[in-house]
Each structure stands twice: as C-alpha cells, then as structure tokens.
Design a protein around this ligand. Structure first.
Ligand code: PRE
Length: 264
C-alpha cells in the first residue's frame, strides 16, 4: 500500500499534468487566434499603422468577459491578461506605440500605459499632457494616455485631430490595481462606432457653471479668470445649462464606452 507521502506525490503530479494541459491549450488557442488575426488583416484592409484599434469592440468584449466571470480569480487579473493579448494582436495588425504623460506621477503613468497596452507595445514617457496631445495629433501610429489628475493647464483645448476614444480604468472596482483615472487619445479611427459617453470642451461659464443632466466635469482649469472644462455625459445629452446672457464656447472632442461598475 502506498504511503501518505507517495499518495501526495502522485496527486501533485496529476494536478501538475492538468495545469500543463491547460497551459498548452491556452498557448495553442493563442497561436490559433494569431492565425485568425492574419485573416482579419486581409478583411479589414489595414492600410496604415496604428489603424487597427477598435475601442467599441474592446468594450463589448470586456463586458462579455465580466458577465461570464465567476470564481475567486480576480477579474482585474483576467482583464490584465486580456489587455496584453488584445494589445499584442492590435500591434500585430498595425504597429503602434503608446505615449503617456508623466507629469502627475511617473509610476502611475507607466503602470497605466503597461496595464492598457501590455509590454509588446513600445512606450514613450512625455513631460506633460500637451506634449501627448501634440504628438498624437501628428501620428496615426500613436495612442496617447493622459492622467486626469495631472494639473498642467487646459490640455483638452488643444484636442483637434487627436480626440478622446477611451476612459481608464474600464472596469471600475474598488481597490483594483492600475486604478488611476485617465483618458486614451487617438488620431481619427477607422470605422468608429458612436460612443456612449461624449466629451466636450466648455470654455467660459465662470465658477458656478452647471453641467447638463448626467454630465460630469472631468477636469477644469482657470487661467486669468477664464474657465475651461473638460466634461463628459450621455450621448445626445445637453452638455450645459446656460443662464440668460451667458455665452459658452462648447466643442465635441470624442468620447468613450461607459466604464463597467462592479460591486465585487
Ligand atoms: O475586431 C477587430 O477589429 C480587431 O482588430 C481584433 C481585436 C482583437 O484582437 O480581438 C484587436 C484590436 C481591436 O481593438 C479589437 C479587437
């Protein structure tokens, strides 16, 4: 009869064999996914670098992932693995790099960029949000990330060719890693889908400015008494209430898929 030690060793070997089989399946599925991506490239007819990013599709995929997720594996760990996969596959279709502003907090900037784009995508640390906006506006092969807690003037006023395309983190869950609020910027996307949340620059409005129903102020700046705000709210909503005689300069600057709030 086998001793307790021998039984443990046998059980351990069986469990490790199961883990090996699962890891092999994951690896084979990833290689299979790469072959599907080869076909997708032909079908999408990617003609320029950086053109493969589809934030609306990514949000759909992430919502389905969250719906089917059960058990004690932290969902943000799955999100992280999935981000590495999707970023690698995006770059396989059309190479791009990520530029992030390091003015607010270098560690948070690096963590946010790496969590979002993984390690297959080259990263540039830029001195401030204005530099990110500027560079993204000039390149189709660059994704920009700006941390909302950065205090460096009204960088959003410079958005033009570069617009907002995603909000981070996508999964809002208390105590999560890579929890820094940020916006993703990109030059115009191919076949964009309408965003659920629209963003606007609002210049003017004074200290008592009231955004429209469902709108929030993401960032604001006052220079020489002039207010400028970056606000976000439901698509098709009224971005701001104007009182009699008040003149506001309001401009649409992109938007994002509504982040997913989880209570676990
Ligand atoms: O569905 C697409 O259009 C893809 O490019 C594929 C894919 C993916 O790897 O699943 C990659 C990049 C996009 O941002 C979304 C999804």
């Amino acid at each position: 009869m086998a001793s307790a030690d021998q039984q443990d060793t046998t059980r351990l070997s069986e469990l490790r064999a199961k883990i090996d089989a699962i890891d092999e399946s994951i690896h084979r599925l990833l290689m299979q996914r790469a072959m599907v991506i080869d076909e997708l490239i032909q079908t999408k007819g990617i003609a320029r670098s950086g053109a493969a990013f589809r934030p609306g599709r990514e949000a759909d995929m992430m919502r389905r992932l969250a719906t089917r997720h059960t058990g004690h594996l932290p969902i943000t760990a799955v999100e992280h693995l999935w981000r590495e996969i999707i970023s690698t596959f995006t770059a396989l279709q059309a190479p791009f790099s990520v530029a992030v502003s390091a003015k607010h907090d270098v560690a948070a900037a690096v963590e946010t960029a790496r969590f979002t784009c993984g390690f297959s995508v080259p990263m540039q640390l830029l001195p401030d949000a204005d530099s990110v906006v500027d560079l993204v506006g000039q390149s189709d092969a660059l994704m920009g990330i700006v941390l909302l807690n950065e205090k460096s003037g009204a960088w959003w006023k410079q958005l033009g060719r570069a617009t907002i395309v995603a909000r981070l983190p996508f999964i809002a869950v208390d105590g999560r890693p890579a929890n820094e609020p940020a916006l993703v910027l990109s030059s115009p996307l191919a076949d964009p889908v309408p965003f659920e949340v629209e963003c606007y620059v609002v210049n003017g409005g004074g200290p008592d400015f009231v955004p429209g129903d469902g709108f929030e102020v993401l960032a604001q700046d006052v220079t020489d008494g002039q207010y400028s705000r970056l606000i976000a709210g439901p698509r098709g909503g009224n971005p701001a209430y104007t009182s009699l005689g008040e003149s506001l300069d309001i401009r649409a600057i992109g938007g994002y898929a509504a982040p997913l709030r989880l209570d676990r």
